[in-house]
Design a protein around this ligand. Sequence first.
Ligand SMILES: *Cc1c(COP(=O)(O)O)cnc(C)c1O
Length: 416
Amino acid sequence: MEIPFLDLKIPHRELEEELVQVFRDGLRNASFIGGMQVESFEKEFAQFCETQHCIAVNSGTDALRFALIAAGIGPGDEVITVPNTFIATTEAISQTGATPVFVDIDERTYNIDPNKLEDYLKNRLQPPASSLQPRPRAVLPVHLYGQPADMDSIQEIADRYGLMVIEDACQAHGALYHSKKDDQWKKAGSMGLASAFSFYPGKNLGACGEGGAVTTNDEGIAQKIRMLRDHGQAKKYYHEFEGYNGRLDAIQAGILRVKLRCLNEWNEKRRHNASLYTQLLLPYTLHSTPNTRHLSLITPHEPEWAKAVYHLYIIRTKKRDELQKYLSENGIHTGLHYPVPLHLQGAYANNGFKKGDFPVTEEVSSEILSLPMFPQLTEQQIRYVADNIKQFLKLRLDFNTQHVTRNTQYLTPKPL
Ligand SMILES: *Cc1c(COP(=O)(O)O)cnc(C)c1O
């Protein structure tokens, strides 16, 4: 059996008539930039995210950059994020003129660890930074793999230190976070001052090309981003400042409108697939005791305050490279998200980071493996993947379930 890591052909086959119609309408109306499709998509996506505004842009990277610029981030500012993310998060920070800095992640959720954020800020501000040093201005949590970060804790710390919170929701369309403070479930992308989404084809909501969006409840920020994406103009050829060409084109907006109608169903299917993987792998998921740590397989952990949308399904094992090779030999394609933490990338070689700076991220990056995950994955395919993982553990690790305590912390997934 051959199992792709991601199959983008199936949804496009299913929606082909509607998608081709969007393209045909675009051609016939010769309407490619802005217009009805873009405005309607913005309304519909804002509604989906439960925010007042959505501003459609060229990419998730633009969405991040524009959100930061519109929030007033620039030279002399520090923006705090995690080293376990895609480089677009930190590129966007640097490209505003600000400095990206990192705090380590939580070992179970793989997202920013609020305690480490607090520690960083405590140490960073004492003694008070000189006026020449960059000052922390914002925190940019990433809802990685479709799992929401712990937003109540992050917001509470940010409020105490006077920081803005901007969400990187590029992998988390539709993910939910239960805010204890407000006693309600909230959509990823509706909690920060502004939030960035990507519609790169492989994301949970993907265009047939590039695309992105910012969501916000702040009228001023929305206004500013509308101008930033369009050369700093609110009226054609009247430029209040230099902006960018960062618009979403009309055909992509039309395509996204068609796909948005399927997003809830697709996310439910991803959650169903994730729970099947977790159930099948459960007998091989071990407590991390010193004796069994080298054998253990760790499946994703969903805290009770989270409903993840499984952009990726990540397992963790010390034998990652061997397992990946074994799966590949058996026709199963997997991925690594991400193999090299950002602070150890060549791009940041001059930023003064060293190995050991962010130990959780570093350990995790050598152990994580992304299994095939997409809505149309079949039960048979999932069973085949799980069977192969079992086979590997038996063959290579002389695995014997009788010798180990089972992990009973598995939570059944809640409906979205
Ligand atoms: C995809 C992604 C981005 C960037 O989105 P593009 O549309 O590719 O520019 C940013 N952050 C994260 C976490 C992403 O996964």
